[in-house]
Design a protein around this ligand. Structure first.
Ligand SMILES: [Zn+2]
Length: 430
C-alpha cells in the first residue's frame, strides 16, 4: 500500500493538480452535446442536420454572417442534402417577445431541427426557440426569477449549435439568457432583467466548433468574449462546485487562453491574415468550449455575480464587464482566502491558474498567486478595456449593484465575500 500511495503522490505532483492530493470526491457530469471540433468541420453541418430531420430553422445574429462565404457554404450544403430551411436573424440580446414571436410563426409548420449559428446571443436565441417550439408554452412561463414558475415540460426540438465567436460557451450549456423589462408587482416603472430559461433538455444535440468560423471576429469581440471564456475557466476552476472533471477541463482551457488571447487580439489589430491566427483561433475555440463545459458543471463566482447586476442596470457587455472586474475580484478573493481560509484548496488553484496562464510552470506558490493579479491586470490593459466609470457606473450606484449581485454565481465563489468586499471590487474597477 505504501508503495502505491507513494506512486500516487508522485503522479499527483507531476499532474500539478493540487486537488488530486486527496481521495477523488464524488461528482457528476451533466449532459453534454455531441462535440464536433476542428478547422473545416463546418462542412459536416449538413450531414449532422440531416441525421435529425429534413426541415431546419437557421437562427443567426444580425451581424451579416448570412453574407459570408461560410453562410453560402453551409446553406449550399443543406440544399445539396435535401434539407429545406428558413432563416431568422436576431439583432442583439434576445427577449422573451422575440423568442415567442419566432416560435409562434414557426409552430405553424415546425422545423425538425434548429441550427444556431453566431455569437452567444444568437445561440441563446436558437436554444430558447428550439426549447419552446413543441412545448406549447411561452418563454415567461419558465424564465427564472421573473417568469410564472411553470416547470418546462419539453420536449425540445433538436438543436445544433455552431459558434462564430470564442466566448460564452453557450454551445455547451443548458441555459438561454433572455433580456427584458418587467413591471414590479407594487407598480412603478418597468425594471430591466436578464434571466435564464434553463433545463437539461435544452443542451444542444450537437456542437460544431470550427475555428475557421472565428476569422471575421473584430478585435473588440475577441477581447470581450475571450475574457468571458477566461473568467469562466478561472471561476469554474476555483468554484466550490468544482470536481476533478471540471478541474481538468478548466486547466486545459486556461492554458489555451493564456497565450492565445493576447496573440489573436494583437494579430487581429495588426490586420494579419487568417493564416497567421490559425493556432490562436483554435486554442480560443477550445478555451471557450472548455469554459462552457466547466461552468455548466462547476458553477461560477463573484465576477459573474456582479456582471449580472451590471448588465441589467448599466447595459455593460457581458464579456467586457467580466474582463473589467476580473483582476480586482481575484485580488479581493485572494486577500479574503489568505485571511479566512489559508489552508483551503482555492489558493493553490489560483497559483496553478497563474502558472497555466503565464506558461511558467516553475513559479512558486506566493510568486504565482501575487503574479496572477498583475498578469490579469496587464492583459486587460493590453486588450484595451474601458473601466466601469467609462460605461456610466457612478460611485452612488455601487450599493444597489452589491445588493443585486447575490445570485447563484456568487454562491459558488471560493470564499463568501462581505458586502464591503464586493463594494471594494466595484469601486476599484471604476
Ligand atoms: Zn460569462
Amino acid at each position: 500500500m505504501a508503495v502505491h500511495d507513494e506512486r500516487l503522490e508522485v503522479a499527483d505532483t507531476i499532474a500539478g493538480d493540487p486537488t488530486l492530493l486527496a481521495a477523488v470526491p464524488s461528482f457528476g457530469v451533466a449532459r453534454l452535446p455531441r462535440i464536433v471540433f476542428g478547422a473545416g468541420r463546418r462542412a459536416e453541418v449538413p450531414a449532422l442536420v440531416a441525421a435529425l430531420g429534413n426541415r431546419a430553422l437557421l437562427v443567426t445574429g444580425a451581424r451579416s454572417f448570412h453574407g459570408s462565404p461560410a453562410w453560402t457554404e453551409i446553406t449550399t450544403g443543406l440544399d445539396a442534402a435535401g434539407i429545406t430551411w428558413e432563416h431568422v436573424a436576431v439583432d442583439g440580446e434576445p427577449s422573451p417577445e422575440l423568442v415567442d414571436g419566432v416560435v409562434a410563426t414557426s409552430r405553424l409548420d415546425p422545423p425538425d431541427v434548429v441550427v444556431g449559428i453566431g455569437g452567444g446571443s444568437a445561440l441563446d436565441a436558437a436554444k430558447a426557440i428550439a426549447g419552446l417550439l413543441r412545448s406549447g408554452t411561452v418563454a415567461l412561463d419558465h424564465l427564472e426569477g421573473v417568469g410564472r414558475g411553470i416547470p418546462y415540460p419539453g420536449p425540445p426540438t433538436p438543436f445544433v449549435a455552431v459558434p462564430t465567436t470564442a466566448g460564452t460557451g453557450s454551445e455547451a450549456t443548458k441555459n438561454a439568457v433572455l433580456s427584458g423589462r418587467i413591471k414590479p408587482t407594487g407598480g412603478g416603472a418597468a425594471m430591466p432583467y436578464k434571466k435564464s430559461l434553463r433545463d437539461d433538455r435544452l443542451v444542444a444535440a450537437v456542437a460544431v466548433v470550427d475555428p475557421d468560423l472565428l476569422t471575421g471576429c473584430p478585435p473588440a469581440v475577441i477581447a470581450g468574449d475571450g475574457l468571458d471564456a477566461l473568467t469562466q475557466c478561472l471561476e469554474a476552476y476555483v468554484s466550490t462546485g468544482a470536481s476533478p472533471f471540471t478541474d481538468a477541463v478548466a486547466r486545459s482551457g486556461l492554458a489555451a487562453i493564456g497565450s492565445a488571447l493576447p496573440a489573436w487580439y494583437g494579430a487581429a489589430r495588426a490586420g494579419k491574415p487568417p493564416s497567421a491566427t490559425e493556432r490562436a483561433r483554435s486554442a480560443m475555440a477550445w478555451g471557450a468550449l472548455a469554459s462552457g463545459i466547466a461552468l455548466a458543471n462547476a458553477g461560477l463566482g463573484a465576477v459573474h455575480g456582479m456582471i449580472a447586476a451590471l448588465g441589467v442596470r448599466h447595459g455593460v457587455h457581458h464579456g467586457t464587464g467580466c474582463g473589467i472586474l476580473l483582476a480586482g475580484t481575484t485580488r479581493v478573493n485572494v486577500t479574503a482566502l489568505r485571511a479566512r481560509d489559508p489552508g483551503g484548496s482555492a489558493l493553490g488553484k489560483y497559483a496553478d491558474a497563474a502558472r497555466l496562464l503565464a506558461g511558467e510552470p516553475r513559479l512558486d506558490h506566493d510568486e504565482a498567486v501575487d503574479g496572477l493579479v498583475a498578469w490579469l491586470t496587464a492583459l486587460v490593459s493590453e486588450l484595451g478595456l474601458p473601466r466601469l466609470g467609462d460605461v456610466g457606473v457612478r460611485e452612488a450606484d455601487i450599493p444597489v449593484l452589491v445588493a443585486e449581485s447575490r445570485g447563484s454565481s456568487m454562491r459558488t465563489n471560493p470564499i463568501t465575500l462581505e458586502d464591503s468586499e464586493i463594494a471594494t471590487i466595484l469601486a476599484a474597477s471604476r
